[in-house]
Design a protein around this ligand. Structure first.
Ligand code: UT7
Length: 316
């Protein structure tokens, strides 16, 4: 940690998921699975799938909500960033298309980050870096995914897990807010892999058991490293916002670290795993429900393809 640099303040949040809900029972009609297995092994009950909505469309909806809630002037934005592994095009980026749809000023740079499910938290780190050297006050950061288009609907080990959605935050720097981070990566295309091929083959391949083991060791490590750097005890943290991949992973982390499970908000029942969108959707839902109070210490943790991992401590 570099001391004496300002932390970040999340000024406002927004989120959006496509209206089409796909239940576990719906999936059991097209593949050999059932509601009981999915709920027991993952906690997931439903997910939202796009019906023609693009990644840009859903990111724009989340971003519009966050910007409206923030009340800021878009001329004060230092950048527009989207974390995603499921962009609409190789190029232009989703962020550039969001920029277009929102009519952002030309001096606002726009680009995507791909760190898979850790993408939003990588994005917080990048956002802070940009704000530290910008004359502009705010930054728009989204996590947005249309994963349904890269799902192999014949692979019951993966297609039941994922869903589409977007979350967005408007960020500013704050001298009063503590911020520490712990980010890492280890190149591996065996555990999770989405090939760069024609549409037929561009599907999520995953070794679920290996990813599970990776998650239940990496997430506790991220939390411990963040707490150590922040010089905080686990009890001083108000909320742990974990990437929403699997209820058993989150329960395993809580039990390993002996942290009450109530401190881990979960909405994977409703959305499944929305990769880079999962953490900002949680933050937006908690914010909407009035669960976040000024000064709350929040540890956000992500892990995923890459392999990548990321943990941050932010203060509300
Ligand atoms: O953002 C990161 C992305 N990835 C993840 O977070 C994934 C992490 N991994 C997991 O969440 C879990 O490994 C899964 C949910 C993917 C799988 O759960 P599991 O408890 O590890 O099950 P398994 O793969 O060991 O499979 C157990 C059994 C197998 O049958 P047999 O060989 O015991 O007869 C599977 O064929 O369950 C079977 N199975 C299913 N049965 C019904 C696998 N998928 C399904 C399914 N419905 N959808």
């Amino acid at each position: 940690m570099i001391p004496n640099l300002p932390g970040i303040h999340i000024v406002a949040t927004g989120h959006y998921a496509p209206p089409k809900v796909v239940t576990n029972d719906d999936l059991s009609e097209i593949i050999d699975t059932n509601d009981e297995w999915i709920k027991k092994r993952t906690g997931i009950e439903r997910r939202h799938f796009s019906e023609g909505e693009t990644n840009t469309d859903i990111a724009v909806n989340a971003a519009k909500e966050a910007l409206a809630n923030s009340g800021i002037d878009v001329n004060d934005l230092a950048a527009c960033i989207v974390a995603t592994f499921s962009p609409d095009y190789y190029s232009p980026s989703v962020a550039c298309m969001v920029h277009k749809e929102l009519g952002l000023p030309e001096d606002v740079p726009a680009f995507d980050i791909n760190a898979a499910c850790s993408g939003f938290i990588y994005g917080l780190e990048v956002a802070r870096g940009i704000l530290l050297q910008s004359e502009k006050k705010y930054l728009l950061l989204c996590g947005s995914e249309i994963i349904s288009k890269v799902l192999d609907m014949e692979d019951r080990g993966t297609c039941i897990l994922f869903g589409d959605g977007a979350g967005a935050v408007v960020i500013e720097l704050s001298e009063d807010k503590q911020y520490v981070s712990y980010l890492g990566a280890k190149g591996n295309s065996d555990y999770i892999f989405v090939p760069n091929a024609d549409d037929e083959k561009r599907k999520v391949h995953m070794e679920g058991n290996n990813v599970f083991r990776f998650a239940v060791t990496t997430v506790p490590k991220c939390i411990e490293e963040v707490l150590k750097k922040a010089n905080l005890s686990k009890d001083e943290v108000t909320h742990y916002v974990c990437h929403q991949a699997n209820k058993r992973i989150i329960e395993g982390v809580a039990s390993k670290l002996d942290i009450p499970i109530e401190k881990f908000y979960m909405n994977l029942m409703e959305y499944g795993n929305t990769s880079a969108a999962s953490v900002p959707i949680v933050l937006s839902e908690m914010n909407k429900d009035g669960m976040l109070k000024p000064g709350d210490k929040i540890v956000c943790v992500g892990f995923g393809a890459g392999l990548t991992w990321a943990g941050v401590l932010i203060e509300w």
